[in-house]
Design a protein around this ligand. Sequence first.
Ligand SMILES: Cc1cc2nc3c(=O)[nH]c(=O)nc-3n(C[C@H](O)[C@H](O)[C@H](O)COP(=O)(O)OP(=O)(O)OC[C@H]3O[C@@H](n4cnc5c(N)ncnc54)[C@H](O)[C@@H]3O)c2cc1C
Length: 470
Amino acid sequence: MTVVVIGGGVAGLTVTHDLARSGVRVVLLEASDRLGGLLRRGTVAGVDIDLGAESFATRTDAVPRLIADAALPLDLVTPEPGGAALVVEDASAPDGVARGPLPRRTVLGIPADPLASDVVALIGADAATRAARERELPAFDAASAFEPPLYDLVAARLGPVIADRLVDTLCRSIYSRSAHDARLSDLHPGLWRALCATGWLTDAAAQLAAQAPAGSAVGGIAGGMWQLPITLGRAAQQHGAVIRTGVAAQRISGDSHATSGDDDALVVETADGPLPARRVVVATGARGAAALRPGLRADGGAGSVADTVRVVAAAIDRPDLTALPVGSGVIVDPAVRSGAKALTQTTAKWAWTRAATPAGRHLVRLSARDAGDGGLDTPTAIAREVTLLTGVPIAPGDVVDIAVQEWTDAVAAAPVPNAVRADAARGIHHTGAAVAGTGLASVIPHARALAARLAGELAVPSAHPTRSHA
Ligand SMILES: Cc1cc2nc3c(=O)[nH]c(=O)nc-3n(C[C@H](O)[C@H](O)[C@H](O)COP(=O)(O)OP(=O)(O)OC[C@H]3O[C@@H](n4cnc5c(N)ncnc54)[C@H](O)[C@@H]3O)c2cc1C
């Protein structure tokens, strides 16, 4: 009764752990030589940091609950107060940009109150007044219209400045997707439901902002998120899971209909030989899944540079870098002439990194806008970007170490739903960001729900049935 899980990122490891703990025999295949997928350790100036996900959203309790359930030896932490900032185009400013804190009552860049001072500071009074006039429009009626792309939806109701500077900027930063190509119902189902219920984007944002739990929107793990997959893999092995790194699944053949009762009717082909399976779980990235299951992605899984994300981490010797108005980091408006779409001030955000770094040295992480060109990988480029985004002049000589990570399968492109359903009917199940959406707060609950379902389907009949007293 083997389940073969393909992909050793957080999703595959979560399924593997939960199945093994339920007594199901499970083998995990990971193509690379290490577990973790988009969670990965890097070292900059001797300090271990995250080169992939560096936090988790606290809108679900998925990460704390998994850590508690699996008894992982990890300490949860919250970021330092200060929050993030936005840098937007401002032709009237000497350096062409305006910097300001991310407005407080906004959801995905949509403000609950367009006339709030933190919104006006970023978009100007005219655009704020235009957005406040949403009230004069008829209520949005989801039933009467085909859902437009998020950008069009926001531009039509709140005006193009909010759509460009706030919504598209955050959409690209959080989801690595343009608001022109995304639908609100996919990206943020809760906000979409609130819009359908209230009829106004500003009311929907107000509703969600009011429901937002007190405290930080993100949490972290002391020492880095990269430890999560490693400790989870160990826990899964303690429950009997077999984990094989350096083994790529090449093909899945056969058919194990959930009701057929055929044991091991599916076969996962690998370079080390075939693996029979009763169920297969595909927990690769979107491109990896499309390579295994052609038809899953509308573009056939060809992928493009748009699926690629490049992270450049650097150590900078500059004592005054923390005394800045940009808090834990900066999200950058695409209209700003910058090579980065976001900057994290790692040592300002996470106390554990500051404790590990000598005084006067700061660790930063830039997400490149054009992941393919490597234009951010040099001290000169890093100094230029950090100067633009923080307002503090940095010289190339201040940059004392650099670590670069390119992620080639990092963007969750929505798969074709019929293909996912057809696979499930054959005993091939999909999980991970490719189907659950980006981020651990979405990926982990999806993986755990799948594991619970499969454990139920594959439950071993008890060798000593209990006597019924009914
Ligand atoms: C730079 C960056 C920053 C991020 N920051 C955050 C953040 O702060 N908070 C947050 O919640 N999320 C963040 N995310 C998103 C988050 O990391 C992902 O949503 C999540 O880690 C996806 O996990 P996964 O298991 O679905 O996929 P992955 O982590 O992509 O794992 C898939 C695994 O499958 C393996 N694989 C692929 N094909 C095969 C094959 N044929 N056979 C065997 N193995 C295969 C791959 O090698 C990989 O290890 C970030 C992502 C990136 C890239």
